[in-house]
Design a protein around this ligand. Sequence first.
Ligand code: GLA
Length: 707
Amino acid sequence: MAILFDKQTSRWLLQGKNVSYGLGVDKNGTLQHLYFGSKLPFVSDLPDVNTAIYHSSFEPSGGITQPEYPAWGGMYYYEPCLKATFSDHVRDTRLVYKEHQITENEQVDELVIVLQDTVYPLFVHLHYRLFPEHDVIERYAVIENTGTTPITLEQALSGSWHTPRGDRYRLTHLGGKWIEETQIYQDEITPGKKTLESRRGNTGAQANPWFAIDRGTADEDQGEVWFGALGWSGNWKITVEYNPFKLLQVSGGIHDFDFAWHLEGGKSFQTPAFVGGYTRLGFGQASRNFHDYQRNHVLPKPIAEQVRPVLYNSWEATYFDVTEQGQMALAERAAAIGVELFVVDDGWFGERHHDRAGLGDWTVNPVKFPNGLKPLIDKVESLGMRFGIWVEPEMVNPDSDLYRKNPDWIYHFPNRPRTESRNQCVLNVSKPEVQEFIFKMLDDLLSENNIDFIKWDMNRSFSEPGWPDAPQAIQKEIWVRHVQGLYDILARLRAKHPKVAFESCSGGGARIDLGIMRLTDEVWTSDNTEPYERLFIQEGYSLAYNAQTMMCWVADSAKWVKNRPAPVAYRFHSSMMGSLGIGGNLTQWSEEELAESTQLIEEYKSIRHIVQKGNQYRLLSPRKGNTTAVQYVTHDQSESVLFALMHPQKFQNPSPRIYLRGLKSDSLYKVTDIEEPISGSALMNRGIDVNLHADLASKLLKIREVK
Ligand code: GLA
């Protein structure tokens, strides 16, 4: 039994494999956070719930205790999870414990605690889904109005995570911009509040909804780490607030900025999940637990159980200049080097000859494809590959038939400009008729053609988020309704076309989060495929998300990102650390390059189960030293692979010795290049030298247990 309850003291203890999470109800009926740390055997091990002391007339107990789901009301001044206005204009909410329920299932146990306002018919159902195997808890709230008059929700977060009263906490978070996604930042936490957020309509590249907290000294292998991520692809915020009583609270959910949800009587509002975990074993273990949780409980099955195919994407080869002949020529070359899935990117539809026209007109361009997509798909299949295609369904170019017919289908305000970005506007996916249009367009495309893969793109942030013909009370709901609409379309498409895999792309990595991952199979990590800069993006990505979802192309973008030629092997090794794709113009690759690529793709196929499904160890960070090293190990510890990549060099310093991880100490392993098998202990403690010397030199070593 993984969820314990002690009736006498009204305390709960949730138990994972190595962690416990404790909650209790205090004498005022407030639900208090009590513990999140290493495993405690008994409920009686939890701290007393009534510890609030009187401090001053300025400081309510809310600052001194750790309310689990604080509502704005009474003397509460820190980040609330809930802020509501009732129909009589009362703006004060007091939540007290009402009841709870525990359900046990095979893989997940669930605790639901119900809180209610002391006067109004407002209920909050706090859901805790515990995955003991991964030491991860999913939390979300369902806010219910059981009355007859509407309640306006002005803030409705998913929940708050707490750490023990303490000093010198440190925040690790991910941010950046287009072509610089998921960069790692670490800041000491000082009193006050820091907000990670997006107010752009999608997840955004500027910050990713993931965080980690440690005591300032954790590294890859040791130290307490509390971490979490929000599963939401629209406006979001995560606030990290450290109060004068040395309590730290990390609150997250849908952003309250420009937010108001009109909750009618009899209706409820469900927040996205805010998932959290804890480990004593540093950032490495935090990532590995989270990766496994995603593979087993987030990504759609059964596709998640397979390995991702090696993909080819035509974007950088042809841009908008897509033709049947041109794509067939690329397909032939792609098949010859071992590609398994051929994807036609932007430019195949409408009058899409550049980015100024055509978005919204999802009919095959008759000049580029005189006989539709079928001849190309047949050709791709005859070459032994599957076929995929690019779409950007939430967008429209004003120069399109769709816009000329439905100018009111975009977000806009009267008397204000309709700002274009990349010459396009955002369709109002909050509107049911727009949702229906998108669903039907994709359903037809998938029904009429043998398509196995959709790359779903989204190439701008929102502006003028108006919905003039909607009732005034729901106009601010567009931020949420858009995402709900998107999720709903994806869910319906998946149900009807279960073999189709989806990739989430947003001008590179601007829509990467656990919410979209529930409905897609991989994400486009970044438009930046320059293999050295990619190491930084991939390292940050790996803190939060697993390698199976991380698409990495060997492309020619080295040329436009930075004119730094890199050896073929280095470009491949950089990309083989995730799900491998090829994005270069194969018609311009030399015979030698194609031959080397063929061999490297074959090698990738022999190790991809280790990379995509195994445990990942970040051995040497690109942010330090002259070499990056990443190792992957199968869960049974019998196979492993090490990637070592040297950075642009100076002073002729050799690469450092590399100490492997995650092997069985007493087993013997055969390592590429090393004649005699050596023990796991030696590989981990004595280490190995990879002997890299030159700029952008790299090595891939396979490690296999000798039985
Ligand atoms: C975005 C994507 C690219 C490509 C283009 C097409 O920028 O990130 O990979 O699909 O759109 O317009």
